[in-house]
Design a protein around this ligand. Structure first.
Ligand SMILES: Nc1ncnc2c1ncn2[C@@H]1O[C@H](COP(=O)(O)OP(=O)(O)OP(=O)(O)O)[C@@H](O)[C@H]1O
Ligand SMILES: [Mg+2]
Length: 251
């Protein structure tokens, strides 16, 4: 198994509120990890730290052998440097909303970063973008503006927008929670397809059936800690930890 991402003793505090408490996690190539747990447990904060949208207060993140250590308090905030740029290229993130630039057509949303950040030619970027739009079944909307797409279509474009950067791991934070069930299914089925293609993914979700179907590992978090990490069957049907038991019983 080759490790893509290692999280070591990751801690995040907002003032004196410790939101992530010494998180340790190793993600292997092809892992599809669903993170579940009560509201306010630090799931989003963990994803945001992996991407340095939040600056960790302690510990480190190693992505493809590139180690990013947390900074001492007096050297924060981190300057926008090569370290961050490299990390962001390796991690594609999709949120609940606001993933697309509203003033740009779908195709321009997809080719801008590859051209600017990865220095791709317009032709190469367009070819890649069309390929990814095909994957999420949105190619026929390549000249549409985001406002003219349904929420589910926007999310599928957002996934394609992250994929064109060829990240080594995709991070999804509650990407379907603003969608009705039908639109949600369209997005989830794209994620299942990606998982089957071998994409390494970390998915924060409240959709437990989906988590059980898509993931090879479920992580149950509570109060800033990883309580249990195991295959779906274990977490949902034979949890080892008392806190996990209580959580799954109440689903
Ligand atoms: N920018 C911030 N400033 C201060 N506190 C924050 C900030 N972001 C998150 N928090 C706090 O960190 C804790 C964890 O929040 P987080 O959003 O990571 O939880 P979550 O597990 O994603 O919850 P949910 O399931 O509701 O999305 C919460 O107590 C929240 O209030
Ligand atoms: Mg959250």
């Amino acid at each position: 198994m080759s490790s893509i991402l290692q999280i070591k003793n990751l801690t995040k505090a907002f003032n004196d509120n410790t939101v992530l408490d010494k998180i340790n996690l190793e993600v292997n190539k092809g892992d599809v990890i669903a993170i579940i747990g009560p509201s306010g447990t630090g799931k989003s904060t963990l994803l945001r730290c992996i991407n340095l949208l939040e600056e960790p207060t302690g510990g480190s993140i190693i992505i493809n052998d590139n180690e990013i250590k947390s900074l001492s308090p007096n050297s924060r905030p981190r300057l926008y440097d090569k370290e961050i740029a490299k990390l962001r290229k390796e991690t594609g993130m999709v949120f609940q909303q606001y993933n697309l630039w509203p003033h740009m057509k779908v195709i321009d949303n997809l080719i801008t970063a590859p051209i600017l950040v990865k220095k791709e030619t317009k032709k190469a970027a367009t070819q890649k973008a069309e390929e990814m739009l095909n994957l999420v079944q949105m190619k026929e909307k390549m000249n549409a503006y985001p406002a003219n797409l349904s929420g589910g279509q926007q999310q599928r474009v957002a996934i394609a927008k992250a994929l064109v950067m060829e990240p080594s791991v995709m991070l999804f934070d509650e990407v379907t929670s603003a969608l009705d069930p039908q639109l949600s299914r369209e997005v989830l089925s794209v994620m299942i397809k990606l998982a089957k293609e071998g994409m390494t993914m970390i998915i924060v979700t409240h959709e437990m059936k989906f988590a059980e179907e898509v993931a090879n590992r479920i992580i149950f978090m509570d109060s800033g800690k990883i309580i249990e990490d195991g295959p779906p069957h274990q977490i949902f049907h034979e949890p080892k930890e008392e806190k996990t038991k209580q959580f799954v019983q109440n689903l």
